[in-house]
Design a protein around this ligand. Structure first.
Ligand SMILES: C[S@@+](CC[C@H](N)C(=O)[O-])C[C@H]1O[C@@H](n2cnc3c(N)ncnc32)[C@H](O)[C@@H]1O
Length: 330
C-alpha cells in the first residue's frame, strides 16, 4: 500500500524558499546594457573609487567595463567583491566557493584589460556578504557603488548605501520604486531612475540562457542629462478626458504622454512617468495607498476602503501623484 507522502516540513520549505530566492538573484548583467547606461555619466567617475560589491570579477561585466575603461573614465581605484556561493551546484559557473576580492589601481595602461590573476586575487575572511564588516570597510573607501545587487535584498542594499552616504548606480526591479525604503527617497529627489529608464535588458541566467527582462531599471543618485529634459505637454484638460478619482483627490491621467498642459492640480500617472521626470518641471507628491500605507497622505479618502485608485468605478493600476511646478509652465 502506498503511504501518502509527508507534507514538506517548515524547515524544508524554508530551505526551498531560500534556494528559489537565491536562484532569482543569480542573473548576470550584460556588457551592452552597462555601456548603454554608463556612457551618460562621462565625468562622474573622474578621480573616484568604484566598488562593485556583488560581483565576481571573473564573470562580472561590471568589472570588465570598469577595468577596461579605467583610464578613459579617470578612475582612481576599482574594487570588487563576490559573494561566497551557498550552493555551488546551483551556480556552477563559479570556480570556487571562496569569496574573493580584486583591488585594481590602474597599473595596466593602454587598451588591454588586466586579467584577475595579473592584479592578484585576494581571498576574503568572510563570505563576501555586502553587509559584512570587511565589505562595509571597503564600502567606506569607495565613492561610487555600481552593480546589480540581489533583488531579494534590494531594500537592505539601498538602505546601506544611503546610510553610508554613497553615490550609486544600481539595477533593480521596477517594483522597487514603491518599496517603503525606496519611494520616499524618490519623492525627495534623493534617488531617481538612470538615463535609460525602464527599458528591456538582457541577463544571463543560471541555466546559461540569455533572457530579456522588461521589468528592471537603474536606480541612481548621480546627476544625468535626462533629468533636465522638459516633457512637452500639449493636451488640453477636460473633465471628461481626465476624470477625478472616486477615492483620491486627483485626476486620472492614463498615459504619461497625455499629461494635460493646462492643469495645475494633482494628477495620477503611471509609474513609467519616472522615465520622463524632470524635478524642475514636476513634483512627486505620493503614490497610491495600495503601494504603501501613507504614501498618498491627504489625497486618499480612507472611507472608500479601497487602496487602489478608482476612476468611474474602475480600478486602475499603480499610480504616482504629481503636480506641475508653478514656474514650469506647459
Ligand atoms: C542579480 S546577480 C548580479 C551579479 C552581478 N552583479 C551582475 O550584475 O552580473 C546578484 C548577485 O549578488 C550575489 N549576492 C547574493 N547575496 C549577496 C550578499 N548578501 N552579498 C553580496 N552579494 C550577494 C549573488 O550571488 C549574485 O551573483
Amino acid at each position: 500500500m502506498n503511504t501518502p507522502s509527508a507534507p514538506p516540513s517548515a524547515a524544508n520549505n524554508t530551505a526551498l524558499n531560500a534556494a528559489a530566492r537565491a536562484r532569482n538573484d543569480e542573473f548576470y548583467t550584460q556588457l551592452p546594457d552597462i555601456e548603454a547606461e554608463l556612457r551618460h555619466y562621462p565625468n562622474a567617475f573622474r578621480g573616484k573609487t568604484v566598488y562593485c560589491n556583488c560581483d565576481d570579477p571573473r564573470v562580472s561585466a561590471f568589472w570588465h567595463y570598469f577595468s577596461h575603461q579605467f583610464h578613459h573614465l579617470g578612475l582612481k581605484r576599482l574594487l570588487a567583491t563576490c559573494y561566497k556561493n551557498q550552493n555551488p551546484n546551483l551556480f556552477s559557473r563559479h570556480d570556487t566557493e571562496q569569496a574573493i576580492m580584486l583591488d585594481y589601481d590602474g597599473f595596466r595602461t593602454g587598451e588591454t584589460t588586466p586579467r584577475p590573476e595579473d592584479i592578484g586575487i585576494k581571498t576574503l575572511h568572510g563570505d563576501g556578504d555586502f553587509r559584512s564588516d570587511e565589505c562595509i570597510a571597503l564600502l567606506q573607501q569607495a565613492d561610487i557603488v555600481v552593480t546589480n545587487p540581489p533583488f531579494s535584498l534590494f531594500r537592505e542594499y539601498v538602505a546601506q548605501l544611503v546610510e553610508h552616504k554613497k553615490q550609486f548606480l544600481i539595477i533593480g526591479n521596477v517594483n522597487a520604486i514603491t518599496y517603503r525604503e525606496v519611494f520616499p527617497l524618490i519623492r525627495e529627489n534623493r534617488v531617481w531612475l538612470g538615463y535609460t529608464g525602464i527599458t528591456a535588458k538582457a541577463y544571463k541566467c543560471p541555466d546559461g540562457d540569455i533572457k530579456k527582462m522588461g521589468n528592471t531599471c537603474w536606480f541612481t543618485n548621480l546627476p544625468h542629462h535626462r533629468r533636465k529634459e522638459k516633457l512637452i505637454l500639449y493636451r488640453p484638460y477636460t473633465p471628461q478626458d481626465y476624470p477625478t478619482y472616486d477615492n483620491y483627490d486627483a485626476i486620472e491621467v492614463s498615459k504619461v504622454a497625455n499629461i494635460p498642459a493646462d492643469y495645475d492640480g494633482v494628477m495620477g500617472v503611471p509609474i513609467t512617468f519616472l522615465d520622463k521626470y524632470n524635478p524642475d518641471q514636476f513634483e512627486i507628491l505620493g503614490a497610491t495607498e495600495s503601494e504603501g500605507r501613507g504614501f498618498a497622505g491627504d489625497l486618499y479618502d480612507p472611507t472608500s476602503g479601497i487602496a487602489q485608485a478608482m476612476a468611474g468605478g474602475r480600478r486602475v493600476f499603480k499610480r504616482l501623484f504629481i503636480r506641475k511646478r508653478r514656474h514650469a509652465g506647459a
